[in-house]
Design a protein. Structure first.
Length: 105
């Protein structure tokens, strides 16, 4: 239940980030997009710290790549992933029959 709630919450934030990107695109500032790293900097109060040789290590390289992507893309992917992982599933009849025969109830 909480996973679906957070999935919808993050998906709503992705929609807001996409709307902010649209407003930035219409303005005369010439900004490309609202990056995930900029959102993280605004929330944390400081820029994410990465080591000097971050391009040599795969986790740091993936992290820096994710921080350069548009915020709506990263949050939208996370929201959809949470919604798919925590979706309500039907319980199969075979599982219900095994559960009824179980002595742990």
């Amino acid at each position: 239940m909480m996973g679906r709630f957070f999935g919808w919450l993050v998906l709503g934030l992705a929609f807001l980030a996409a709307s902010a990107d649209a407003v930035l695109a219409l303005g005369s500032a010439g900004r490309d997009t609202l990056a995930t790293g900029e959102i993280l900097t605004l929330l944390a109060g400081q820029a994410p710290v990465t080591p000097d040789n971050s391009h040599l290590h795969l986790p740091w390289a993936v992290t820096s790549w994710l921080l350069q992507l548009p915020a709506w893309m990263v949050m939208g992917g996370l929201g959809v992933t949470l919604l798919l992982l925590f979706r309500p599933r039907k319980v199969s009849l075979a599982y219900q029959a095994r559960r009824r025969r179980s002595s742990f109830q």
